[in-house]
Design a protein around this ligand. Structure first.
Ligand SMILES: [Zn+2]
Length: 447
């Protein structure tokens, strides 16, 4: 007797096996089905969504062992399904002998992911249909039949915080009607793309790709014409590291505010200060000998400025002039950088450049491959201290922004709204003197 008043997932769920499957999907890295379209943090593994969906749709019977067997067959996580997945993975080899008698992980490593094959074998479908009294020959038919038995219609799946889209994408592929929404526009875009682009035909994808290349080339040409992202060698900037700077009230030195001096953990690259005659601190990038000891010299520790010159500690709150920040000038609508006498200044102290000359460069200096610059796209990358030309480029960015600031605000390209007082937003005024949303971004970000 099938009982539709209960769901399989309410009685049992093979957590250990699903953990291993989820881990395997995560380890697939770039070849995961959804991540290719854009990055989302904490995207749910598709196999977990599929398991949850069928776990919720499946009725229970008196035979719990049989229920579990059928559930695993649907997910191709039973012996028969694993064999099919292993065969697919090894389809290039002439004859494949599955390594039975070993652990689930070992077999898993030899198999493709469930989503890469069309579903259970013919033999499994016979067993599944017999147990569930259905007549399904693919996963879509099964999900729809189970929905009709349970609800009287095709299952509807909704996710009001769709995030990376797994909860919408996978049920849609399983033949359900889906609804997804999110407050984050990026999440909305990614999920829309999962549904509409991943399912496109080859011709549509080719058209999309060539349009994308046109856009990337046009944007790239425009940025190159501005001369703000490429250095003397033609290398393209990937990261700009900025910090705040203030004057130590104890000794009058101008000092950077850095909670960590580490620039790159991987490269063991750290900031080292050098005292200058004009009471400023030069910042150099050096290789650290002892990475663990580096941040003992950080200039912000426990909400205090620790001066690298006189070593006196000053509370940041006191520096700001108390809780209401009376030492901070309130920024005006036209301000997008600190003024000369402002308490906190901004300073560029390191840039990561990517050597696009190694690979991917065309004769006109444009990158060959469209898309954002990544280490994987191009050869080597390196950090360096900004030189006079880098600082000149920073000036160029500021002038360009100043020139277009009013126009861009008017057109809505950059924020212009005032920050209203609230539990979190008042902090921006108290701690930085910021009164308008665009002040949360630096000139380069605004451009
Ligand atoms: Zn000092």
């Amino acid at each position: 007797m099938l009982d539709y008043s209960k769901s399989f997932i309410e009685e049992q769920f093979p957590v250990a096996k699903l953990s291993k499957e989820s881990y395997r999907e995560r380890k697939a890295g770039r070849s995961q089905t959804l991540t290719g379209l854009g990055k989302w943090w904490g995207r749910k593994p598709l196999i977990l969504v599929r398991a949850t969906l069928f776990g919720a749709l499946l009725p229970v019977s008196d035979d719990k062992k049989k229920d579990k067997d059928v559930f695993l067959r649907i997910l191709t996580m039973d012996e028969d399904g694993l064999r099919k997945r292993a065969e697919f993975q090894n389809s290039k080899k002439k004859e494949y002998v599955a390594p039975w008698g070993v652990t689930y992980e070992t077999i898993l490593n030899e198999s493709c992911r469930p989503e890469e094959i069309d579903g259970p074998s013919e033999e499994s479908w016979t067993i599944i249909n017999e147990h569930l009294k259905t007549d399904a020959h693919n996963l879509q038919e099964l999900a729809q039949a189970l929905g009709k038995n349970r609800f009287g219609h095709i299952p509807q799946v909704g996710d009001c915080f769709a995030g990376g889209g797994s909860n919408v994408f996978e049920p849609a592929r399983m033949g359900c009607d889906v609804y997804g929404s999110d407050l984050n526009p990026l999440a909305g875009l990614l999920t829309w793309a999962d549904l509409n682009i991943l399912g496109s035909s080859e011709a549509e994808l080719a058209e999309l790709k060539s349009f994308q290349e046109e856009v990337f080339d046009a944007v790239c040409a425009e940025i190159d014409a501005l001369g703000i992202e490429r250095n003397e060698e033609g290398h393209v900037a990937k990261y700009y590291l900025y910090c705040n700077e203030t004057t130590c009230p104890e000794c009058g030195y101008k000092v950077p505010l850095l909670p960590s001096l580490i620039v790159s953990k991987k490269e063991k690259l750290v900031v080292q200060f050098e005292e200058k005659a004009d009471k400023t601190m030069a910042m150099h990038l050096v290789k650290a000998v002892d990475m663990k000891a580096v941040d003992k010299n950080a200039t912000v520790q426990k909400n205090k400025l620790i001066c690298p010159h006189c070593h006196q500690a000053t509370s940041i709150v006191a520096l700001r002039g108390g809780e209401d920040g009376k030492n901070l000038r309130k920024w005006e609508k036209t301000d997008f950088v600190p003024r000369e006498n402002d308490l906190f200044q901004e300073r560029l102290y390191a840039i990561k450049y990517v050597d696009v000359n190694k690979k991917g460069k065309t004769t006109d200096g444009l990158r060959k491959k469209p898309g954002p610059v990544t280490d994987a796209t191009f050869g080597t990358s390196y950090y360096r201290e900004p030189n006079a030309q880098d600082l000149a480029r920073e000036q160029k960015v500021q002038s360009y922004l100043a020139e277009h600031f009013d126009e861009w605000q008017e057109k809505g390209y950059i924020p212009s709204a005032e920050i209203y007082e609230g539990a979190e937003t008042s902090r921006l005024m108290r701690e930085r003197g910021w009164k308008y949303w665009h002040q949360l971004f630096n000139p380069r970000q605004l451009v």
